[in-house]
Ligand binder design. Structure first.
Ligand SMILES: [Zn+2]
Length: 181
């Protein structure tokens, strides 16, 4: 489990492609709840200005947030009475490598009760290794899923350290794992 302390740390992980060895993933933010919709999101000067539409018990509320990605504190303005709003608003941070190598996902919650950013987790990343294998590192349960790109069968292993600067070595390691699985 990769637990992080700020949205900034999560952004660093999500944007970094281990195969490119640089921040080459485009990061986007999505609501992780059907009751909450992001109607506007803009990042500037380490702040995320986000307007959220939260729908709870058929009462709709528009809420403006001003998140500092380095802080766990945030402020918000309700356009309406807050009583019908969900106490926690859940979001997904997604990263897609511009070279098509990999994608990654993390989550965080905004607790509107104590005005803290909570539950910041780097959940998983999926990588294509030398156009041969697809691996998914599931950080939420420390598993590694492996499949061949021309075979849909997925095998699971305990999460292990892999040297992404040497994809050829990863292919060799995967072949050995599959041989003895
Ligand atoms: Zn990449």
């Amino acid at each position: 489990m990769k637990i992080l302390n700020s949205i900034s740390q999560l952004q660093d992980q999500i944007s970094f492609c281990p195969l490119c060895q640089k921040k080459n993933r485009r990061v986007s933010i999505q609501s992780n709840s059907v009751e909450t919709k992001i109607v506007h999101c803009r990042e500037k000067d380490n702040k995320i200005a986000m307007r959220v539409h939260a729908d709870r018990e058929s009462k709709s509320k528009a809420i403006a947030y001003d998140l500092d990605i380095h802080s766990i504190d945030f402020d918000f303005i309700y356009s309406n009475k807050p009583d019908a709003c969900a106490p926690n608003l859940d979001f997904l941070l997604l990263g897609n490598c511009l070279e098509g190598h990999a994608n990654a996902a993390g989550i965080f919650s905004l607790n509107t009760g104590n005005k803290k950013v909570e539950n910041i987790f780097y959940n998983k990343e999926t990588l294509r290794i030398l156009d041969t294998y697809r691996i998914s590192a599931l950080y939420y349960n420390d598993m590694l899923l492996v499949s061949s790109l021309n075979d849909s069968k997925v095998r699971s292993f305990p999460l292990m350290d892999l040297d992404f600067t040497r994809p050829d070595k990863i292919v060799t390691k995967i072949k050995t794992l599959l041989l003895f699985s």
